[in-house]
Design a protein around this ligand. Structure first.
Ligand SMILES: Cc1cc2nc3c(=O)[nH]c(=O)nc-3n(C[C@H](O)[C@H](O)[C@H](O)COP(=O)(O)OP(=O)(O)OC[C@H]3O[C@@H](n4cnc5c(N)ncnc54)[C@H](O)[C@@H]3O)c2cc1C
Length: 498
C-alpha cells in the first residue's frame, strides 16, 4: 500500500485529542460516532454515503408506506471533525493509515454488485499521485490513532447466474427507490391496451427470493400496497397479480419457533401470498418476449422457466470486499519490525468476519499459522487500537446474529468504553441484550418472539411499530415516521412515479 503515491488528507489534530477514524455510517459506525465524546476524541468518518439508513423501515419505503427521508439521518449533523465520502480501500496497520477512494458517483443504489466487482481490483500503483483511473475515484490517505471498522456486509448471491445483473436488492434507500419505481412501472405497463394477457401475468408476478424476515416483510408490505391502494387504481389487474416467496430451506423464518412460523405461513396463505420452500433458483435472465420481464430457472421445475416482473433478492450475507482484502494481507505488528512478528487478522472460518475479543478489539494470529488437528485455533493476540463492530465482526462462540440490534449495542458499548478511557483487560466485556425478534406480516399483523414472551397478530404489530418508532435516531424522524404512517393510512400510499 505504501507504494501508492496518494495524497494524504491532513487533519488539524492539535495533539491533545486522539484521532478516531470510523469506517462506515451504518448501525455500527453511525451509532458509535454519535456516542463517542467529541470533547475527548477527534471523530473522523469515512463512508461512501453521507447518511445512515434505518434498515428495518426500508421495505415500507419501497412500497410508499413511508417517505424515503424518514429512514435517513445525515452524518453531517453529527458535528464530526471530518467526514470523507469514500471507500476505505486498504489499511496499513503498521503505519496506522487508511487508503481511501473518493466516492463521487451519483449512483444511489446499493453497492452490493458494482463495488464488489470493482473492489476486487486494487488501484494501479503506477498510476501516479492524483491521477484517477477510469471508473475510480481519487485516492488519498487518512491517518488514525484508533480505528473502528464498521463496514457491514454485502448481499450473498451464491454465484447464481444473472442475480447481480437482474435481481433487485433491498439494502439501501436507492434500492428501495428503484423497487418502488419498478413495481409501479410494471402496473402501468400491464394496464396498457397493447399488453397481451401472458405478458400482463409476467409483469405482475413479484418474486422474492429468501424467506428470512427481510424477504417476508417485503412480501407483506407489497401485498398491503396492492390490496389497499393499487386495487383501487387498477381493479381490472387484480386477478393477474401474484406474489411468491422462494426459499431453499424447508421452512421460512427459521429464527422463530414453529408456532409463530406456522402462524406467519397461515397468514400469507389467507392473503394469497405463495411460499415455495425447498425451491432452488439456478438462473435469472431477461425475458425476450416481454420487455422488462425476467425468466427464472428453478431446479424443481426442470426446463420450464417462471416469468416475473421483478425479483427481489434477500438471501443472506457475504463479506465486505474490504474485510476480505484486509484478512488476506500480512503485516508487521509492533515497532521492532521483527520478522517473527508478522501477523494476519484473524477471521471467522465460516463467515470471513473479523474475530474480536469480548471488548471488540480485533485479533491477529501469526502469519502462516494454519489450524491443525491438535490445535484448531491458533493463539491470537490483540491488535492495538483497532476495533470492529456490526455485521463484519464476530465474537467467537457468542452466537450473535448479524442484526441492527447487535450492531447498535456494540457501537454504544465501544464508544462508552473509549469515553471512559478504559483500554486494558479489566474492561467489562460486551454483553448483548436481546430485545426480541419481530417480523411484519401485512394487514396490520406481525409476530414477535423474545425469551420472555411471544406475540402474534395485531398486538405484535403495535409493538413492531412502537419499537421502530422509539429506535428512530432523531427527534425529526420520531415525528416524521408516524406522520407519514398516518398520511398513508388516511390518503393512501404514494403511488406517483418520479
Ligand atoms: C432491508 C433490511 C431490513 C433489516 N431489518 C432488520 C431488523 O428489523 N432488525 C435488525 O436487528 N436488523 C435488521 N436488518 C439488519 C441490519 O440492518 C444490519 O445487521 C445492520 O445494518 C448492520 O449494521 P452495520 O453497521 O454493521 O452495517 P451497515 O448498516 O450495512 O453499514 C455499513 C456501512 O459501511 C459502509 N461501507 C461499506 N463499505 C465501506 C468501505 N469500504 N469503506 C467505508 N465504509 C464502507 C456502508 O456504506 C455503510 O454505511 C435489516 C437489514 C436490511 C437490509
Amino acid at each position: 500500500m505504501a507504494s501508492v503515491d496518494a495524497s494524504v488528507a491532513r487533519q488539524s489534530n492539535d495533539g491533545k485529542k486522539e484521532r478516531v477514524v470510523i469506517l462506515g455510517s451504518g448501525w455500527a459506525g453511525y451509532g458509535f460516532a454519535r456516542t463517542l465524546d467529541p470533547k475527548k476524541y477527534e471523530r473522523i468518518m469515512i463512508s461512501p454515503r453521507s447518511y445512515f439508513v434505518f434498515t428495518p423501515l426500508l421495505a415500507g419505503t419501497a412500497v410508499g408506506t413511508l417517505e424515503f427521508r424518514a429512514t435517513l439521518e445525515s452524518v453531517r449533523r453529527l458535528g464530526l471533525d471530518y467526514f470523507h465520502q469514500g471507500w476505505a480501500d486498504d489499511v496499513d496497520f503498521a503505519r496506522k493509515t487508511i487508503r481511501v477512494e473518493a466516492n463521487t458517483s451519483d449512483e444511489l443504489g446499493s453497492t452490493t454488485t458494482t463495488k464488489a466487482l470493482k473492489q476486487g481490483q486494487p488501484p494501479n500503483p503506477s498510476s501516479g499521485t492524483n491521477e484517477v483511473e477510469p471508473g475510480r475515484g481519487a485516492m488519498f490517505e487518512v491517518p488514525y490513532d484508533k480505528l473502528v471498522i464498521a463496514v457491514g456486509s454485502y448481499s450473498q448471491t451464491f454465484g447464481i447466474e444473472g442475480v447481480k445483473e437482474h435481481a433487485s436488492f433491498l439494502r439501501d434507500v436507492g434500492d428501495a427507490r428503484k423497487i418502488r419505481m419498478k413495481v409501479l412501472q410494471n402496473f402501468e405497463r400491464a394496464a396498457l391496451p397493447t399488453t397481451a394477457d401472458a405478458e400482463r401475468k409476467k409483469l405482475l408476478h413479484f418474486a422474492i427470493v429468501g424467506g428470512g424476515p427481510t424477504g417476508i416483510e417485503f412480501a407483506a408490505e407489497l401485498h398491503d400496497l396492492v390490496r389497499e391502494d393499487l386495487s383501487k387504481t387498477y381493479p381490472g389487474l387484480m386477478k393477474d397479480v401474484a406474489i411468491t416467496v422462494y426459499d431453499v430451506a424447508p421452512k421460512v423464518l427459521p429464527m422463530f419457533d414453529q408456532t409463530l412460523a406456522t402462524y406467519a405461513m397461515e397468514t400469507f396463505k389467507r392473503e394469497g401470498i405463495a411460499v415455495k420452500t425447498e425451491h432452488h433458483l439456478q438462473r435469472i435472465r431477461p425475458d425476450e418476449d416481454c420487455q422488462g420481464c425476467l425468466k427464472l430457472k428453478i431446479q424443481e421445475y426442470g426446463d420450464e422457466e417462471v416469468g416475473a416482473g421483478i425479483v427481489v433478492w434477500s438471501t443472506g450475507l457475504m463479506q465486505n470486499p474490504l474485510i476480505s482484502r484486509l484478512g488476506s494481507k500480512e503485516f508487521t505488528m509492533g515497532e521492532s519490525g521483527a520478522s517473527d512478528n508478522v501477523v494476519i487478522l484473524q477471521q471467522d472460518k465460516r463467515t470471513g468476519s473479523l474475530i474480536t475479543d469480548a471488548n471488540l478489539r480485533v485479533q491477529v494470529v501469526p502469519a502462516g499459522s494454519k489450524p491443525t488437528e491438535k490445535k484448531e485455533t491458533p493463539e491470537s493476540t490483540t491488535l492495538p487500537d483497532v476495533f470492529t463492530i456490526g455485521d463484519c465482526a464476530v465474537i467467537p462462540e457468542s452466537g450473535l446474529p448479524a442484526t441492527a440490534q447487535v450492531a447498535s449495542q456494540q457501537a454504544t458499548y465501544l464508544a462508552k468504553q473509549l469515553n471512559k478511557g478504559l483500554q486494558d483487560n479489566s474492561n467489562k466485556p460486551f454483553k448483548f441484550r436481546n430485545w426480541g425478534t419481530m417480523t411484519y406480516l401485512g394487514s396490520w399483523t406481525a409476530i414477535h418472539q423474545s425469551s420472555a414472551d411471544e406475540l402474534k397478530g395485531w398486538a405484535a404489530w403495535v409493538l413492531w411499530r412502537t419499537a421502530y418508532l422509539t429506535k428512530s435516531m432523531s427527534i425529526r424522524n420520531k415525528i416524521m415516521v408516524p406522520v407519514y404512517w398516518a398520511i398513508s393510512w388516511i390518503f393512501g400510499r404514494d403511488i406517483s412515479r418520479f
